[in-house]
Structure formats: C-alpha cells, structure tokens
Design a protein around this ligand. Structure first.
Ligand SMILES: CC(=O)N[C@H]1[C@@H](OP(=O)(O)OP(=O)(O)OC[C@H]2O[C@@H](n3ccc(=O)[nH]c3=O)[C@H](O)[C@@H]2O)O[C@H](CO)[C@H](O)[C@@H]1O
Length: 396
C-alpha cells in the first residue's frame, strides 16, 4: 500500500477512536450523570441553587417531627417498661455512654430524646442478650437544667458532673476546653462505674442506624480492634470524597477504576451495542480506568459507600480521619488512655477535642486509630451547642 494511504488510514483510525472517546465522555458526563445525579446532595452535580434550601427545610421539619414524637414517646412510656436500661450490669461487653448538654437553640428538636428512643429500639437486635448497657452523661453547667436528660432519668442511669466541678470550669475556660473536660469526665465515669469490656461514646445528636450494634459487634471481633485507641463510627458526608487528602482513598479510587475498566473491557465483546472498536489494550485500560474514576468522584463516593451496608462484614476500616467525634468506639480499656491523652492537652477554637485526640493518637507511641465507613450514625444536630448557628442551618 502506498505510504500516503497508510498515513491516512492511521489518521482515520485515530480520529475515529478520539471521536468515540469524546462522544462517550460528553454523553456520560454532560448528559447522563447530570440527569441522574442533580438531586444527590453529595454529588458534584447537585443543583445547589435549586434544591439546597428546600431540602434543608425538609430535613429540619422531619427532625422536628421526630423530636416531638420522641417527646410524646418518653412522656407516655412508663418507667417500669424500661427499667431494663436503668439497671446497668457490671463488666458488660459494651457500654454506650451518651454525652449531653442542654441545647437552647434546638430545644424543640429534642435530639437527645430521638437518640435514646432509637437506642432503646435497637438494643435488642443482637440476639438473646441485650446489645449493650446504656448510660447518660449529663454535663449541663448552666443555671437551667437539661430537661431532656431529666425526663430520661426515669428510664436510664444518668451521671452528672458535680456542681462544684462545673463551677471551677465556668468563666475560667473556653467552650472547647469545657467540652473536652466534659468528655473526659464521661469517659472516666463510664469506666469507673461499670468497668465495661468496650465503650462507645455518643454525642447527643448522633442517631444510630438500624444495624449499629451488629456492625460494632463485627468490628470488635476483628483483630485490629485489640490494638486500637479508638474507632471513629462517623465522618461528615461532605468530607467523604476521593478528592480529599486521605492516602488510602487514592488507592481505593485507582483500584475502583481498574476493576471497572477491566470488567468492562472483558465483557464488552458480548454486549457492545454500538459496535465500538474496543479491544483489551493498555491504552484502553488507562482510558477506562480514568473514565470510571472520574465518574465515581462526580457521582459522589458517599453513594458508592452505601453499597457496603449489605452486610456488617463489608464495612471498611481505614486509618482514622481528622474531624469530629459524634460516635467513637473505644475497645478494651482504651477509653482511659484516650481520657489521659485528652487531659494532657488544652483545647480552644480551632483545636477542639476531635483534633486533639487525632493528633495525640498519631504522636503517641504504640497507639493507632481507625475509621469505619459508611457511617454508623446519622448526625441530626443541625444546631451546634458549642458554635454560633445561622437562623436556618443548611445541609451543606
Ligand atoms: C457533626 C460534628 O461535626 N460534630 C462535631 C462538632 O460538634 P458541634 O459543633 O456540632 O457541637 P455539638 O452541639 O454536637 O456538641 C458536641 C458534643 O459536646 C457536648 N457538649 C456541649 C457543650 C458543652 O459545654 N459540653 C459538652 O460536652 C454536646 O452535648 C455534644 O455531645 O465539633 C465538636 C468539637 O467541638 C465535635 O468534634 C463534634 O463531633
């Protein structure tokens, strides 16, 4: 064949491959995904300007209704029905301590009542024995009392920081140091009172999911748990993206792309509807790996993680991420070690207890910390009790 013919046929092949690739990208990323994902809150395609306000209002409204329901539930339930919770057994396999303070701005939402109602309804989900002993740790220090904690006093064991201790804190330390001291108090009291084999500390706006105890049980049966200072059971959804500085996520991302690309290239000859001229080659593998990686990030890693809920064994464990402590599992006597580490640091704005714990675990010899994904609790606290709030908080 003359050289000019070879040249042109090569150019034609290249340009046809390029056109196919471009068409695929445009159709996927500019048509199909925007159509499918524009209502997904944690997707890059989320139409914030159209849906954020209405979705935020809807979530606030639902939380308010759940709060009012929970209030009626606890007001109407006889203490006798739930004395099973107020008698806390010694040396339980698991103790759940819920840290609570009065929430003036979100009084009507009754976060604590919602959380305790959910815990009481899933506490028997582990088979014959109750999944955990449950305790409340009321750290309210203001002149008004924590009414929700008072109402629950008839159903659960409640421990309180002594008035004298709180007086010492008041006015002398900032909110974040006070929050840390409260947390340390609850960690130590829980341990001293019942000597549990493992402890969970929940913040009063962390609503456990239905499979909470099954997954915790599975985590505790895995070998890594023995050598762990803490396992984070929640990380904010908005920070779950691949494009975040967490090294293990990059591995997961590339792995996902490679698996998707290989599966596609191996199966394409059997179902190729448009007769694309794809064959298994390094260029195609790289192209489709990138294609799947971009798609996964744009759809939102959060939604891919949801698939893991199929079974407790599928929940992923990775090195701990920085932010937030709404739900923390302390295996063995780690709660005492964590209390000591927190006690040794001073908290202030920008250096709250979550950051301190994360950093202390990193620099303390022999200590390791982990996160589990997807989340085991839903964070329902739209209004913070330690930071200023907007009048109508948004979901993002
Ligand atoms: C979802 C999320 O990102 N939550 C984090 C955010 O909390 P938030 O800013 O959302 O504050 P929050 O109102 O959820 O309070 C966190 C916890 O502190 C308790 N509390 C409050 C006031 C007080 O004087 N003493 C006290 O112990 C309160 O009962 C709750 O259990 O920042 C905190 C650190 O500052 C923690 O890292 C929270 O996990």
């Amino acid at each position: 064949m003359p050289r000019w013919k070879v040249f042109f046929s090569q150019r034609l092949r290249w340009s046809s491959s390029l056109t196919q690739a471009l068409t695929l990208f445009v159709v996927t990323f500019c048509v199909i995904l925007p159509l499918c994902c524009h209502r997904l809150l944690y997707s890059y395609y989320f139409f914030r300007f159209m849906y954020l306000n209405s979705m935020s209002e809807e979530v606030l409204q639902k939380s308010l209704e759940r709060g009012q329901d929970a209030l009626r539930f606890w007001q109407n339930s006889s203490p006798l029905e739930s004395t099973r919770f107020s008698d806390v057994a010694q040396n339980p396999e698991l103790l759940v301590t819920v840290v609570t303070a009065r929430r003036n701005e979100a009084r009507d939402f009754h976060y604590l009542l919602q959380v305790m109602r959910q815990i009481s309804s899933i506490a028997d989900s582990c088979g014959e024995q109750r999944c955990a002993e449950v305790m409340l740790c009321d750290v309210e220090s203001g002149p008004q009392e924590n009414e929700d904690a008072k109402l629950l006093g008839a159903h659960f064991k409640v421990i309180r920081r002594s008035a004298q201790e709180q007086q010492t804190d008041m006015g002398r330390i900032n909110t974040f140091e006070k929050e840390k001291k409260d947390y340390v108090f609850c960690l130590r009291q829980g341990w001293e009172l019942v000597k549990p084999k493992n402890m969970i500390i929940l913040e009063d706006d962390a609503l456990p999911r239905h499979d909470f105890f099954q997954v915790v049980k599975d985590l505790l049966s895995r070998r890594f748990a023995v050598h762990t200072l803490y396992i984070k059971l929640y990380h904010p959804e908005r920070l779950q993206r691949y494009w975040n500085p967490e090294p293990y996520r990059i591995l997961e991302w590339v792995g996902l792309g490679l698996v998707g690309a290989t599966a596609l290239l191996l199966t394409i000859p059997y179902w190729n509807p448009c007769s694309f001229s794809f064959t298994l080659s390094a260029t195609h593998l790289i192209f489709f790996t990138l294609y799947f990686m971009i798609a996964a990030e744009l759809i939102g890693r959060h939604y891919l993680l949801e698939v893991r809920r199929i079974s407790p064994q599928l929940y992923a464990v990775s090195p701990a991420t920085e932010c937030c402590t709404p739900a923390m599992l302390f295996p063995g006597n780690a709660s005492l070690r964590a209390a000591d580490l927190l006690d040794a640091s001073f908290c202030y704005k920008g250096n709250a207890k979550d950051m301190v714990l994360y950093r202390m675990a990193k620099i303390s010899p022999g200590e390791r910390s982990h996160s589990v994904e997807p989340n085991l609790v839903t964070h329902i606290g739209a209004f913070s009790s330690v930071r200023p709030n907007p009048s109508r908080p948004k979901l993002l």
